[in-house]
Design a protein around this ligand. Structure first.
Ligand code: CA
Length: 387
């Protein structure tokens, strides 16, 4: 039995603010930064005053949709943030890191104007459920909004992420987090999985566990902790995720149908109190990550660079970091160089001097990189070459 005094000490420790650095306000002017392979880059604040922005998506006209975690969908046109939010987002459960999260356009958005988004839905008994919803975007409003996929609800103040991405097969891939209630290995739960569904949320018959007793037919892969990044690789069409480990053990994985990615049986990480999650970081029958972070960098959004603005960055993977090694104020952007066989050659840490939580990274249609900083006074940043 744990002595009462020890419990109160542990609780007091859990409530203390995290160890960390002061997070300064972002400077307004462009920042010129030296990097390893693209000698000088310019970082510009495109918009600020965003409240915990989480994800962004580019519309065909070059404007950007930006989600804010408390439950607003914003639009940036010609580099200017519209002060009015897009209407039609349902009520969200905006506790801890929960709320409105990812946003993506239907592959045929130009014809059907469908916007997909994920949010934590308030449900009875103060619980929350990760949900994928969609609506039609017309004239600054989302209409015909409906939930198309509702994952199992959970209690507590922690929040899971739910990323989405459309595949080259026209299917929607969904990654609801699974590190609450230890459901990542449970075949009857949608959390801690990568799901593959049609654009209306229904499961297609060629999914790997379709028709298998006890398995939700939406499941594509299982054993994921909390996926903070989910993309379809623009050169190969493969689905990639990244996921937060606990204390250490953040991962990047290539997602194959029917495979098990290990959480919580196998991890490179440790519990927040110190002990290892598993005796060995790999196991027969479990897919190993292609990139691991020790210490954790609190991975977030992810992008593969394919543009012409930064020729030496072509094919590189960019991953946002919200904090490094459990120290606040150490968020940054990582650039990872892989071989054609996805073997890691090197990685570069960039923009650490900003001390911001980098929540999202995307390549714009103009070939520049765009970032979101997940702060009370969050910003949309653009990265361009400076020479
Ligand atoms: Ca894993």
């Amino acid at each position: 039995m744990v002595p009462l005094l020890l419990i109160s000490v542990l609780n007091a420790q859990a409530q203390e603010p995290p160890v960390g650095l002061r997070v300064p306000r972002l400077i307004a002017g462009p920042l010129i930064v030296e990097t390893a392979e693209q000698p000088l880059i310019r970082v510009t604040v495109v918009a600020r005053g965003l409240v915990h922005p989480w994800a962004l998506a580019f519309l065909p006209d070059g404007s950007m949709l930006v989600t804010e975690r408390p439950g607003r969908l914003r639009i940036v046109r010609d580099g200017v943030l519209d002060p009015k939010a897009i209407t039609g987002i349902p009520e969200v459960r905006a506790k801890a890191f929960g709320g409105l999260q990812d946003v993506a356009l239907h592959p045929k958005f130009a014809e059907n104007h469908l916007v997909y988004f994920t949010y934590l839905k308030p449900v009875e008994n103060d619980m929350g459920a990760p949900v994928v919803a969609r609506g039609k975007l017309e004239g600054g409003a989302l209409t015909e909004v409906r939930d198309i996929l509702v994952a199992d609800a959970y209690a507590g103040n922690s929040a899971l992420s739910a990323r989405i991405a459309f595949g080259t097969d026209g299917m929607l891939y969904v990654a609801p987090g699974g590190n609450i209630d230890n459901v990542a290995q449970e075949p009857g739960s949608l959390r801690g999985k990568i799901l593959r569904v049609r654009d209306d949320g229904s499961a297609p018959p060629d999914n790997p566990f379709a028709g298998r007793a006890g398995y939700r037919p939406e499941i594509y892969s299982l054993g994921h902790r909390n996926s903070l990044g989910l993309i379809v690789h623009p050169q190969t069409g493969a689905v990639w995720n990244n996921e937060n480990g606990p204390n250490g053990g953040d991962e990047m994985n290539i997602i194959l149908p029917g495979r098990n990615y290990g959480w919580p049986l196998v991890s490179f990480g440790r519990e927040y109190t110190g002990p290892r999650i598993s005796d060995a970081p790999a196991r027969e029958g479990i897919e190993s990550p292609i990139v691991v972070w020790l210490p954790a960098i609190a991975v977030s959004g992810m992008a593969v660079y394919t543009g012409d603005r930064f020729p030496k960055w072509k094919g590189n993977i960019f991953v946002g970091s919200m904090r490094t090694g459990e120290v606040r104020g150490t968020g940054h952007l990582e650039r990872i160089v892989l071989t054609g066989k996805n073997e890691e050659l090197r990685r570069e840490s960039m923009l650490g001097e900003l001390r911001q939580r980098i929540r999202e990274v995307r390549q714009g249609p103009d070939g520049y990189l765009y970032l979101l900083t997940d702060e009370d006074d969050g910003a949309l940043l653009r990265i361009e070459p400076a020479q």
